[in-house]
Design a protein around this ligand. Structure first.
Ligand code: ATP
Ligand code: MG
Ligand code: MG
Ligand code: MG
Length: 471
């Protein structure tokens, strides 16, 4: 069987043979972009190379990039456990051309790698192009020999990529794999596309314009290529399974979670095992880079991820902390490719143990309150924002944890009410601080408090704001 590690190696090797420098994954905490919470695609470390602000000793590169999508523009947290294809942490395999080759070669490389080196059957593949991108449509026809109905034109921003409000941009082309009729879902662009039958595996971005002030766009003198392939999605195909969570790395984690909890991996707690496996990966990779759970910014995103996993562990009846028990399994699967996991093993295990131990009693009490409150509500009636806020403020329940807890009963949370309760709390805190009446001192104090937090455990409302301002 082709292992995840083989997939990564074959991809990098193909592009190395084709003149690409194999560049290491950049850290999850971006070094070159303070506005970005976590690295969420392969191109992040090359942003300045694409704009020309930075020069590298190569003009073609290939990477296996660690990515986290758990906040900001790309937030896949709510999908995890419920779709076959989303993770909070995943690896994006990519090839990049910095003003070197363009569309024709990018499409040729992708098609050759997929259908020759990985020997995927051509009939299973289809692509999308931006509706105005005639070049791409013609190239797919010429290079891949795809019939017109498998070159789908899409008019939405899904197929037009922008680095920011200004700067490099261009159309993109997504490659999909058809997992077969047995799985619900329709082709991209169709009303049923949200199913998991047609899975996007690879995104090719053709950077060909530079956008200036609104309405102005000029062709880039040296167009560039940025691509991203989801390694886990691709591995699933090669391992003959539909679902990412049935691939080697995830299966090992899920089986370990099943053994530790005594719950059937494919039984009623299927989604919980998946959430635990996924969140453990993000948790371990973030901690290995020195991100620690906290009430601020990145640390709070990590805490949200871990607490969410802990609720699932708790539901499965885990008495001792579950996440630390899975760390050796993750290291066995991924430690060779990512030695930072091995180096940080002790720190990771201890951090997970501490977080889980500290949160346990609050979690139990909070879940008790939640059960009491929902018992008072009619079917499908939303949980009030005020209760969601109490859970947050007193029991350390991130909003998404509460939402996830109510998901199976189809009960929404009044998020606007939650927001109001949060504002109200802030207003009261300000009012209570009548202090010296010296407005300048007061605002200084509040600014400091917002920046540093108060050091108490659940002043999460400060951090939500801090986070909101980052996202
Ligand atoms: P989708 O539409 O399925 O959410 P996307 O268009 O948001 O994917 P891109 O931003 O194009 O994804 O990222 C490039 C590739 O990375 C995708 O083609 C996919 O294979 C993979 N990918 C994206 N998001 C995830 C995720 N949350 N988990 C696993 N793989 C992902
Ligand atoms: Mg997406
Ligand atoms: Mg997409
Ligand atoms: Mg895409």
């Amino acid at each position: 069987m082709t292992s995840s590690n083989d997939v990564r190696a074959t991809f990098l090797d193909y592009f190395a043979r084709n003149g690409h420098a194999v560049v290491e994954s950049s850290p999850l905490v971006p070094r070159n972009d303070p506005t970005l919470l976590f690295t969420n695609s392969g191109m992040v470390q090359f942003k300045n190379v694409f704009t020309g602000a930075e020069k590298r000793p190569y003009n073609r590169a290939t990477t296996a990039q660690k990515c986290v999508r758990a906040g900001g523009k790309h937030n896949d947290l709510d999908n995890v456990g419920y779709t076959a294809r989303h993770h909070t942490f995943f690896e994006m395999l990519g090839n990049f051309s910095f003003g070197d080759y363009f569309k024709e070669q990018a499409i040729t490389h992708a098609w050759t790698l997929l259908t020759k080196d990985f020997a995927l059957p051509k009939e299973k593949l289809l692509v999308t192009v931006y509706h105005e991108d005639e070049d791409a449509a013609a190239l797919w026809k010429k290079i891949a020999g795809l019939p017109d109905e498998k070159i789908i034109r899409i008019a939405t921003s899904d197929n037009f990529w922008r680095m920011g409000d200004t700067g490099p941009c261009g159309p993109c082309s997504e490659i999909f794999y058809d997992h077969g009729e047995a799985i619900p879902g329709g082709p991209p662009g169709s009303p049923e596309e949200d199913g998991d039958r047609f899975i996007e595996i690879w995104n090719l971005v053709f950077m060909q314009y530079e956008e200036g002030p609104p309405g102005t766009r000029r062709p880039l003198p040296r167009p560039s290529i940025d691509t991203g392939m989801g390694m886990e999605r691709f591995t699933a195909i090669l391992q003959g399974v539909h679902d990412n969570y049935d691939t080697d790395t995830f299966r090992a984690l899920i089986l370990a979670s099943a053994e530790a909890t005594g719950q059937d991996p494919d039984g009623p707690f299927r989604a919980s095992h998946r959430v635990v496996a996924d969140h453990l990966r993000s948790g371990a990779f973030l901690i290995a880079e020195g991100v620690l759970p906290s009430n601020e910014g990145r640390g709070y995103v990590l805490r949200r991820i871990l607490r969410r996993a802990m609720r699932h562990a708790h539901m499965m009846g885990a008495r001792d902390p579950l996440l630390p028990r899975l760390v050796p399994v993750l290291i066995r699967q991924m430690g060779a490719a990512y030695p930072e996991l091995v180096r940080a093993e002790a720190l990771t295990t201890e951090t997970l143990r501490l977080e889980e131990t500290r949160f346990r009693s609050l979690l139990e009490r909070g879940l008790g309150l939640l059960a009491e409150e929902t018992a008072k509500l009619g079917e499908g009636q939303p949980l009030s924002g005020e209760v969601a806020f109490r859970l947050y403020d007193t029991f350390g329940f991130p909003l998404d944890l509460t939402q996830d807890a109510l998901r199976s009963e189809g009960r929404p949370v009044d998020t606007a009410g939650f927001e109001t309760a949060m504002q109200e709390q802030r207003r009261r805190a300000r009012a209570a601080w009548s202090g010296t009446g010296d407005a300048a001192t007061e605002s200084l104090w509040f600014d400091l408090k917002e920046k540093l937090g108060t050091g108490t455990e659940f002043q999460g409302y400060n951090t939500e704001r801090a986070e909101a301002s980052i996202l």
